[in-house]
Design a protein around this ligand. Structure first.
Ligand SMILES: [Zn+2]
Length: 283
């Protein structure tokens, strides 16, 4: 069934867990994410990032996401990830998405506030939640731009988080505290005390971007300090790639693409199963 962003965050708050927010630009990722959520009967967020328009357009994969979420036995949020324009968020809502992130972090502060506020107004009229972003996170969801380390000078300041949430009315806040998008090229240095301060100052749940590649202890330590939504993509998709490569290496006579997608889906599902058992504290 479809549930709202607030419902999912409330669940996480009441269980002291984190909600997995999985980018699902392909059917392999989407089916894997939903199967794992149903296996453990936990709420989960499936999301489509604007940078993944090159993989599948939101008008194509979006209705599939919405339909599968509606008929699922567990609660799913269908979320626009890193919408960089108000128009893109509206394209998501038009095909049935019920939650959005507006990413104005590359805009001047006043423009980020004004455009995020505009998205909040559009979303609120529909009863949807909005995630905003303050502070620049290295890399993008396509995983190609990141240098793999975070610059501490770019970490979000708690007083700025408080002002941003008050000015925009966002439901949840993505901010910078040590994670990066894409593959890590150095050991991530997460500032746990900063997460606690951002949660307290902003008064809303904190969203972790660049959630791929951390240890379970790092996820849980972040969750304990106020992270409630964990964005995850790169390492799941890489698991699929590795599995497909293994099929080609082991069985060079493979002659149809579907043999690769079947192997990839199994590997993605196993990767997401590990993630969900960690975030939701499944014993
Ligand atoms: Zn992100």
């Amino acid at each position: 069934m479809l549930i709202g962003l607030r419902d999912a965050l409330d669940f996480a708050e009441s269980r002291n867990c984190g909600i997995a927010a999985i980018n699902t630009p392909t059917l392999e990722l989407l089916l894997s994410a939903i199967r794992v959520a149903e296996r453990y009967q936990v709420p989960l967020i499936v999301q489509h990032a604007q940078v993944h328009e090159t993989v599948n357009a939101i008008e194509d994969i979006g209705p599939v996401m919405v339909e599968l979420a509606r008929r699922s036995s567990t609660g799913l949020v269908v979320h626009v990830d890193h919408g960089e324009t108000v128009d893109y968020v509206e394209r998501g809502f038009a095909v049935g998405f019920n939650s959005a992130m507006f990413d104005g972090s590359r805009l001047p502060y006043d423009d980020n506030v004004a455009q995020t506020r505009a998205v909040v107004e559009i979303a609120t009229a529909r009863g949807y939640g909005v995630e905003g972003e303050l502070g620049v996170m290295p890399g993008r969801e396509d995983g190609v731009e990141s240098k793999g380390v975070a610059d501490q000078a770019l970490y979000t300041r708690p007083e700025d988080a408080a002002a941003f949430v008050a000015a925009t009315g966002v439901t949840a806040l993505a901010c910078s505290f040590g994670t990066v998008h894409g593959l890590y090229k150095a050991v991530p240095k997460i500032d746990y005390e900063l997460i606690r301060e951002l949660r307290r100052a902003g008064g809303v749940p904190i969203v972790m971007h660049g959630g791929s590649g951390l240890s379970c202890d790092e996820y849980r330590s972040s969750i304990e300090r106020g992270v409630r939504k964990i964005n995850y993509y790169t390492y799941a998709d890489k698991a699929g790639l590795d599995a497909a490569r293994k099929v080609l290496d082991d069985q060079p006579d493979t002659h149809v693409f579907c043999d690769l997608t079947v192997a990839a889906t199994k590997a993605i599902e196993a990767n997401l199963d590990d993630l969900v058992r960690c975030l939701y504290r499944v014993v």
